[in-house]
Write a protein that binds this ligand. Sequence first.
Ligand code: NDP
Length: 298
Amino acid sequence: MTVIIDGKAEAANVIEAVKTATAQLKTTKGLMPGIAVVIVGEDPASQVYVASKGKKAQECGFHSVQHTLADTTSQEDLLSLVDTLNNDPSIHGILVQLPLPGHIEEGEVLQAIDPDKDVDGFHVINAGKLTTGIGTAFVPCTAAGSMLLIERIRGKDFSGLNAVVIGRSNIVGKPVASLLLAANATVTIAHSRTADLPALCRTADILVAAVGRPEMVKGDWVKPGATVIDVGINRIPAPERGEGKSRLVGDVAFAQCAEIAGAISPVPGGVGPMTIALLMANTLVSAYRSAGQVPPTF
Ligand code: NDP
């Protein structure tokens, strides 16, 4: 029987662990983890993401602040805010919601965040730590969340297993590949220039799709018994739900692939909830480190 991976339940476990560790840190050190979320502009999807992050932070018992800036905000002003947050001892995690308006150089802003507060894991220092295995990195939350789901199915050592990651973004594809490699999988990263993607995917004991193309991975791309992790979030028209309605699907044709896979994550309810849970976990870890305490592992 195919296992449908319950990302909601796994994420709830992470959040419970974060709450417990937050309470401990308050009792032992009088310290409350603090997260600052910065949003520039009015993008409705970003507003929703930011609101849900703030809500989750409060649920965890964090000090949570949101900075909402007009889309005309200059890069200089945004960098000045980041600098203020870098120097604010009550803030342990800084998150600048993407995308930023076109006149702002995203890379410059992300690299201005103190790597010790870079709970999104986008700073080159954290990316470098992750790929080299030197030091302790903040791992991008979607990648870390995907990896936790895979571990629930496959354990922590992937010796002898082939993993294929479709997508090579800095946010998902590359960090997932680094984590799989560190766990001894034999990893191939596929992208838009990869030849015969279906055949490559059929070699995968672990298949991670982070593409952004609705239901691209078909049933006959999947190796029997494989663990399939669907990172994609795509909104497609759903006229069957009424005029103008839409629904979310992943990068994997779920019904077809579920027949072949050993375990598969659904969309929604798979990787999505893990991402926000791991953001909370990273912020907690940052607070523990700032207090000179050994942080819990997730
Ligand atoms: P990007 O657009 O940055 O990267 C997409 C990758 O897919 C690229 O490497 C691209 O290749 C590759 N690709 C595109 N078309 C094809 C194709 N036909 N065949 C093979 N590879 C292809 O996206 P992200 O990594 O940021 O996000 C990927 C998906 O994950 C999106 O649906 C996004 O919404 C979702 N997502 C979900 C999150 C969650 O919380 N669950 C969080 C972040 C993202 P190339 O490099 O050659 O262009």
